[in-house]
Design a protein around this ligand. Structure first.
Ligand code: UDP
Length: 326
């Protein structure tokens, strides 16, 4: 029997985002929906928060699933963005074995899905694969200096083996992989309590509390605003399948932690004072991405300067603190 029913045209693309309730995940979901894609989000809410995706509850193009990516999951999608993993040192060290399992099993499971469905897979790796680097700035060909038994190893080595799995799936199964090494990123929807330097300093400054500097504050980081990072993810995913990375993404502007503290105090008009605490073990002394590869292969580079990004992030945390006070 013939039917008059016509299958409606498919939306632009179907994407799966693991860690969709997290800082980067929720910002990426917003971008994908704005571009007209259908999106499935996964999160186990270990560090992700429902508040980050609450505004999407009635969006017919978005579906949120509570799922821990250490368990297998299968969906027919065109693109997978694998971001699920606690990324803040206090959080990933809180249950270190779980962190290693998320890095290994989580990546194995999304690779299995990509192999089976033919989806393209972008995997969030990290500048932590370089450890406490002896090469500065860090290029992708630098193999790193990681302590395999230190407190950061669950994350650093976890992400290193995640990269290994990606490239072995490429070699053995020709899976389309895209490995991005994310350097420190900040912006709205960071968790106020997750212990990262930008969120800590802004929240402390807005409350006129002491700014906690670990060590002497002379260690450096490079801070990338979230919108720039999401642009990078999209450019990478849309690039030719032969562009597989690893590709560094971050803002090459380099600041000492003390400079960041002084900037935040000035921008918030805070009366906070600096207080110096013990430097955590294996805390990298300097970090700055060499983004030549991203520029050449993706025509991508950050456009938002630290001062501009901090203005938006300070506004976000003012809102968070006002809500907490209400
Ligand atoms: N840091 C600090 N005070 C804080 C939080 C962090 O001085 O309240 C330092 C931390 O020791 C590190 C840098 O800031 O040198 C960046 O820390 P974060 O946890 O944000 O990221 P990561 O160490 O992973 O780059």
């Amino acid at each position: 029997m013939s039917s008059n029913y016509t299958i409606p045209p498919r939306p632009q693309k179907r994407a799966l985002v693991t860690g969709a309730a997290g800082f980067l995940g929720s910002n990426l979901v917003d971008r994908l929906l704005a571009e007209g894609h259908e999106v499935i989000g996964l999160d186990n809410y270990y560090t992700g928060r429902k508040a980050n995706i609450a505004h999407l509850a009635n969006n017919p193009h978005f579906e949120m699933v509570r799922h821990d990516i250490r368990e297998t999951y299968l969906a027919e999608v065109d693109e997978i963005y694998h971001l699920a993993c606690p990324a803040s040192p206090p959080f990933y060290q809180n249950n270190a074995i779980a962190t290693t399992k998320i890095c290994f099993l989580g990546t194995l499971n999304v690779l299995g899905m990509a192999k089976r469905t033919g989806a393209k897979l972008l995997v969030a790796s990290t500048s932590e694969v370089y450890g406490d680097p002896e090469q500065h700035p860090q290029t992708e060909s630098y193999v790193g200096a990681v302590n395999p038994i230190g407190p950061r190893a669950c994350y650093d080595e976890g992400k290193r083996v995640a990269e290994t799995l990606c490239f072995d799936y490429k070699r053995q199964h020709d899976t389309t992989i895209k490995v991005v090494r994310i350097f420190n990123t900040y912006g709205p929807r960071m968790n106020a309590d997750d212990g990262r330097v930008v969120s800590n300093f802004i929240v402390q400054a807005l409350q006129n509390q002491d700014i906690t500097i670990y060590g002497d504050g002379e260690q450096t980081r490079s801070f990338c605003y979230v919108d720039d990072m999401i642009n990078g993810f999209r450019a990478f995913m849309d690039a030719d399948d032969s562009v597989m990375g690893p590709i560094n993404m971050g803002n090459p502007g380099e600041f000492t932690v003390k400079e960041l503290a002084e900037k935040v105090i000035a921008m918030t008009g805070s009366s906070s004072k600096l207080t110096f605490k013990e430097l955590p073990a294996d805390d990298p002394k300097q970090r700055r991405p060499d983004i030549t590869r991203a520029k050449e292969l993706l025509d991508w580079q950050p456009t938002i300067k630290l001062d501009q990004g901090l203005v938006k992030t300070i506004e976000f945390f003012k809102g968070v603190l006002a809500q907490q006070a209400a």
